[in-house]
Write a protein that binds this ligand. Sequence first.
Ligand code: AQP
Length: 325
Amino acid sequence: MARIFSGIKPSGQLQVGNYLGAMRNWVREQNRDALYCVVDLHALTEDADPAEVRHGSLEVAVGLLAVGLDPEVCTIFVQSHVPEHTRLSWLLECVVTYGELSRMTQFKDKSKRGDVVRGGLLTYPVLMAADIFLYDTEVVPVGDDQRQHMELARLLAERFNNRFGETFVVPEAMVPTYAARVMDLQDPTRKMSKSVLSPQGTVDMFDDADVIARKVRRAVTDTDGEVRWDRDAKPGVANLLEILAALGDEDPKSVAARYETYGQLKDDVATALIETLTPIKARRDELLADPATVRTLLARGAERAREMASVTYARAASAIGLLEP
Ligand code: AQP
């Protein structure tokens, strides 16, 4: 059974892209020896408010449980509770090159957003590689935006293994066929993101039904009026078709064939989103009312994760030449 690992950053409200590109698939894969991590250290790479990071970590963990991850079946934990993540990251920082890190698209995009570019923004793809390697991960279910980081992780695993002997499993990305990159409803040339300020373009997973309906109704489309799946020529319509297709496990071309007008399509996208997200929001509200239980589950998850992570870290430390304690 292939080991699965993936992570999510507590950097704002969970949005529909996180759900369709990643979390939904994590639920499907949870029986395959899976670990899912709230990667709080990654949230520190941008200007992060301490209270928001702390509360956000709990909220994201609650979100993972609310979508249907079962802590009896898979391991759910917080990254900073397992110190091997940062320890291994340092070893890998001494294997990656500056050129490789500075070529990362997310680094280039995100460093344009703020005035200050922190070192962590450059090096976090290495921490992500460490996150993955610690669990001998074979498959990493992620959205399309993580493809480049996954290629870097594969390169680092191969380089480390060639230089220091077989140490890491070389992981594969698992990216969904549709809705792997859910786009902003107001600017369908840009991906929907938790931390980008686009309140009308971002559907939060826990938005109220009327808010979801309004955002979808106002989604930017185009003027030719034909419902057709064409990502390049009709990015707004294609995005709506992909969201509906992913929610119904269909393909966007056959979905498109059922619609004459953008209005009908938008109505059905809104209805499908509301039907899927309403029960998740109800579970999330119940779980948020009992944070102590969630924290106990996270502590158990971290203990299980640490047992695995300490073995891999010791193997890597020994391979690279550190004196055993
Ligand atoms: N728009 C998206 N479409 C499909 N998948 C997406 N993911 C994120 N946005 C979309 C996937 O969600 C998982 C968790 O992402 P993350 O929180 O670790 O970081 P991210 O990829 O940088 O997501 P955001 O929402 O854009 O966060 P910020 O704004 O803080 O950078 C990943 O598997 C990701 O692919």
